[in-house]
Design a protein around this ligand. Structure first.
Ligand code: IPR
Ligand code: MG
Length: 239
């Protein structure tokens, strides 16, 4: 019963539950992250198949640095390996890659790979994949305020001219025509935003799945899309 003309344009995903998945299977933590990477690739494919325009994934939050170094090192190496393997596919499938978050804290080789992926795919017109790496929703708002304050200081704008659009234009998600997700999916039963996109989620339909991210497959993803299509979005109006 999924209707192609009622698809969300922009889907955001918090890919949570990878370590619990490995623990439940008695496997090392790394296998949970690797299973998560496979689930990520599956969802990228599905977004392409269903004509979703923008997919933003929370790949690593600024809080994730607090994890044991062996884990963050593994994750960084996994991102690098995954990107190296996927870049050719992204180009072939006309996927555009953008990056939000403070990438300067990532390992240099990964920074170079990400910059190369962004540059190589910037004119692609297929699915726009926005990778939130070391991203903080609050920091996104802080840097937007700093940019606006600079424009006021340089007499480019007056304080009273600042409106929602002025802020939206300075957010890191200004790389897409659809900065505000229509649907947010968070897996593993956690019911929180974890400092992901904050401003952008103002009217987003929130969907929480019990599945751990590695188990979030085609059936689970289509279920989330179905749920989205069944919700009547009122944007504050009463009908
Ligand atoms: C880095 C991030 C995508 C990992 C998300 O899964 P997770 O490590 O938070 O897994 P747990 O919530 O099960 O600990
Ligand atoms: Mg988690």
């Amino acid at each position: 019963q999924l209707q192609r003309d009622l698809m969300p344009r922009h889907v955001a995903v918090i890919m949570d539950g990878n370590r619990r998945w490995s623990r439940m299977k008695g496997l090392p933590v790394g296998s949970g992250y690797e299973a998560g990477a496979r689930a990520f690739r599956r969802v990228v494919e599905l977004c392409g198949e269903w004509g979703i325009k923008v997919l933003t994934v929370f790949a690593f939050s600024s809080d994730n640095w607090l994890r044991p170094k062996v884990e963050t090192d593994f994750l960084m190496a996994l991102f690098e390996r995954g990107l190296r393997d996927e870049l050719k596919r992204f180009v072939r499938e006309n996927i555009r890659v953008s990056l939000i978050g403070d990438s300067t804290k990532l390992p240099n080789r990964l920074q170079l790979l990400l910059a190369d992926a962004v540059e190589t795919t910037q004119s692609n017109s297929g699915l726009h994949l926005i990778i939130a790496a070391n991203y903080s929703g609050k920091n996104d708002l802080v840097q937007a305020c700093q940019r606006i304050a600079l424009k006021v200081k340089d007499d480019q704008i007056e304080p009273e001219d600042i409106n929602e659009l002025s802020i939206e234009r300075e957010l890191e998600t200004n790389c897409t025509d659809f900065p505000n997700p229509d649907l947010l999916i968070r897996t593993s039963g956690e019911l929180r935003l974890s400092n992901f996109l904050l401003w952008q989620l103002a009217y987003t339909e929130l969907y929480f799945a019990e599945s751990l991210w590695p188990d979030f497959g085609e059936e689970e993803f289509l279920e989330a899309l179905c749920s989205f299509q069944q919700r009547q979005r009122r944007y504050g109006r009463n009908t």
